[in-house]
Design a protein around this ligand. Structure first.
Ligand code: BGC
Length: 758
């Protein structure tokens, strides 16, 4: 397609019309140029293609499809290959259903456990979100289907999501919220990006040039289409000028007319519009030129795959006395409605019309395994139902072990609103406590999209976190509980003991349409670990039916210059009797002597498969970003000089080995020395000594007759300490009279020259 030629022969009206959707799911065709319309669909963990009545909140029917585990679960797999496989399956489904682009993945950071859409998001850590979403994107796009990484940017809550302003500082945006997108955009090159509803520091994401153009396109090299979230356009012309290409779902021509008027008035340049049109044409062409004819997809195969993915994703949080795996010969009481009708996906635009659902009880039945069952609670109610609990207690009493299927009901957790607390429904907590009263061997299997409080965690023997595990969650549950599969999921988020422990607690969801990200970069484990706070389950935690041992941590160098690569390797051995998969995690602990930094940050992870007795060497390549923070003075990444800890382990709280590397900084930060520069800012460096000495002597009245003797009230050492935070100008008022402003200015000039010297 010769885009430039086509654009040159398009009318202004045709160009403007291409910049918004025809309806909820289609772009507009341009008949004169034979440009076809293309279809997009949600996303992200299955296909929500609506052939007839359309909406963005999942109210109207969509085609029967396969619901894969949601991102909360797949992130816990920590497995790039698995996400890639899932992407390929989704891509093939889109090919067969004539969907050009699937609206996902969603990579917003889990800032608070309460965010209603956490189930669609990957992690509290940007690297996990970027790497795993990137693998998914690559899988989908390998089938020549587009993705739309979303919701760009700082959309971390549902409360007032269309109007609130996320007030976030530059460093926090770079290190946490942008970073989740950056890695995926740079490495996986999504065809499109979806901008979010909210404002960022006052300005709507949909008209924020800093993010949509300066960072996304100019810095990261994104060359695709930016589309709006459904209804995120505030002022269309401003948006277009900022880099927002496509308005979805369209506005019945209202905003197209604004574009036309702005071009006619000269307030929007034709060049800007043409650039947008070119990007949209390229996207349409990318899909249509390689569209497969007669593509088919196999629902049953994808159902199987959904079960496999969930098996690799579920997290075994607790396994006391080896209560798991379950013994087939034991009498097992299965309790809880979710064993028969699991909660396996969340509400809203990602809601899939599953063609089939396999529950735990279905899976057991499929294996000819008869199990006693009781409902235990009413999913639609919060209140305790005594009759249901009594029935559950009765079967638990007569069994060797009770497995309780619990979790959050649909109404607790959905797109469109946030959770109001972090607890399970009252009736489920009461059920667990009462079963514990008659049965010492209790296992809880959880179905939820984000962290929950577990007041009974110390008392039960086993806890499985299934997250929202997709339509074949039951098969995964059966295989994991009975040891046919070895659990290998790890928490991509910290489970705090209680909601008020979370760093965003005092600033979520904000007020007056404003939410202050006051915790800064201290999100999730970056906060809990730095604060040495007690947590229920740490980031990266997850047990296995086997045991792994780490040894032989090696660094390629012990001293490097910022920018030099560092290779780290470690051996991991499966010392148990069952094959399994370990998620090896690498954290970097930056020196703690300058700008506040988290005690450590995840900079590498790898999932390795190990047979019983097998050892593998895991290798990580670290570049300068692994050590850098975003410096707001130079508006760039900066590696400070010092000793950095290289930690490897199996959770953020289970570091097995640590070695240090010394890094020499490669960049000199700018410094302007003024009368208000403190002595302490210069004292550490001997190169200033000659100029500083007379200033200090004058300030402390040294070498003068009236020099005071050290008194009891203030020792020499104390005076030196106080000097640190004393600005140079104080030498004039508190010194011995040697300095006036002119003389001080000469000294400052000298100091500045010394600093500026290479
Ligand atoms: C959601 C998006 C979704 C879109 C289309 C919006 O409400 O925020 O994630 O892709 O609707 O359904």
């Amino acid at each position: 397609m010769d885009y430039k030629k086509i654009i040159a022969s398009m009318t202004l009206e045709e160009k403007a019309s291409l910049c918004s959707g025809r309806d909820f799911w289609h772009t507009k065709a341009v008949k004169s140029q034979k440009i076809p319309e293309i279809m997009v669909s949600d996303g992200p963990h299955g296909l929500r293609k609506q052939p007839a009545s359309q909406d963005h909140l999942g109210n109207f029917e969509s085609i029967k499809a396969v619901c894969f585990p949601a991102a909360c679960a797949t992130a816990a797999s920590f497995d790039r290959t698995l996400l890639n496989k899932m992407g390929k399956a989704l891509g093939a489904e889109c090919q067969a259903e004539n969907v050009s682009t699937i609206l996902g993945p969603a990579v917003n950071i889990k800032r608070s456990p309460l965010c209603g859409r956490n189930f669609e998001y990957f992690s509290e850590d940007p690297m996990v979100a970027a790497e795993l979403s990137g693998a998914l994107i690559k899988g989908i796009q390998s089938k020549n289907i587009g993705t739309s990484i979303k919701h760009f940017l700082a959309n971390n809550q549902e409360t007032r999501r269309l109007t609130e302003s996320a007030e976030v500082d530059e460093r926090t945006l770079r290190e946490i919220y942008l970073a989740a997108f950056e890695g995926a955009v740079k490495n996986a090159k999504p065809w499109t990006v979806m901008c979010s509803y909210n404002r960022i520091n006052g300005l709507h994401a949909s008209e924020n040039k800093t993010y949509l153009t300066d960072i996304l396109r100019d810095e990261w090299g994104f060359d695709g289409v930016v589309m709006s979230d459904w209804g995120a356009v505030n002022e269309r012309v401003k948006g277009l000028a900022a880099g927002l290409d496509l308005e979805m779902p369209g506005s019945y021509g209202v905003n197209d007319r604004e574009i036309i008027a702005a071009v006619e008035k000269g307030s929007l340049s034709v060049k800007t519009l043409d650039n947008t049109v070119e990007r949209i044409l390229k996207w349409i062409d990318r899909y249509t030129s390689k569209k497969q004819k007669d593509a088919k997809w196999d629902k049953d195969a994808d159902h199987e795959l959904a079960g496999k993915i969930e098996t690799e994703s579920a997290v075994l949080l607790k396994n006391e006395d080896g209560v798991l795996p379950l013994d087939h010969n034991d009498t097992i009481a299965v309790i809880g409605r979710f064993a028969k009708a699991p909660r396996y996906q969340g509400g809203g635009s990602s809601h899939i019309n599953s063609y089939k659902v396999t529950s735990f009880m279905d899976a057991a039945k499929g294996k000819g395994h008869d199990l006693v069952y009781a409902d235990g609670y009413d999913v639609d109610k919060d209140e305790v139902d005594r009759t249901l609990i009594t029935k559950a207690v009765n079967i638990a009493k007569k069994s060797d072990v009770a497995v309780i299927f619990a979790g959050l009901p649909d109404v607790f957790e959905s797109e469109g609103y946030d959770r109001s607390h972090m607890r399970l429904p009252e009736n489920q907590n009461a059920l667990i406590e009462e079963v514990l009263g008659v049965q010492p061997n209790v296992i809880v299997v959880l179905h939820n999209g984000s962290a929950v409080e577990m007041p009974w965690a110390d008392k039960v023997k086993g806890i499985f976190e299934m997250y929202l595990g997709g339509q074949n969650v039951g098969t995964a549950e059966y295989d994991l509980l009975f040891g046919k599969a070895n659990p290998s999921g790890r928490l991509p988020e910290t489970f705090p003991v209680k909601l008020s422990d979370n760093p965003s607690y005092l600033n979520f969801p904000g007020y007056n349409d404003t939410v202050k990200y006051a915790e800064g970069v201290f999100v999730g484990y970056r906060y809990y670990d730095t604060k040495e706070a007690n947590v229920l389950f740490p980031f990266g935690h997850g047990l296995s039916y086997t045991t792994y041992k780490y040894s032989n941590l090696k660094l390629s160098k012990r001293k490097i210059k910022a920018g030099d690569p560092l290779t780290v390797s470690v051996d991991v051995t499966n010392v148990g009797r069952m094959a399994g998969k370990e998620v090896v995690q690498l954290y970097v602990a930056a020196p703690q002597d300058g700008i506040p930094r988290p005690v450590h940050e995840l900079r590498g992870f790898d999932k390795v498969s190990l047979k019983a007795g097998e050892t593998k060497t895991v290798t990580f390549e670290l570049d300068s970003r692994a050590f850098a923070y975003w410096n707001q003075d130079i508006h760039d990444w900066y590696v400070a000089a010092g000793d950095y800890g290289i930690e490897v382990g199996s959770s953020s709280r289970d570091i097995q080995y640590m070695k240090k590397v010394n890094i020499e900084s490669a960049v000199k930060l700018p410094m302007t020395i003024t009368e208000n520069t403190c002595f302490g800012d210069l004292l550490g460096d001997p190169k200033y000594a000659d100029v500083l000495k007379p200033l200090i002597n004058s300030y402390l009245h040294i070498d003068k007759k009236e020099k005071p003797k050290s008194s009891d009230a203030i020792s020499d050492r104390m005076a030196q300490e106080m000097l640190k935070f004393t600005p140079l100008r104080c030498v004039i008022s508190f010194g011995d009279g040697e300095y006036d402003h002119e003389k001080l200015a000469r000294a400052i000039k000298n100091l500045q020259e010394i600093y500026d010297k290479k």
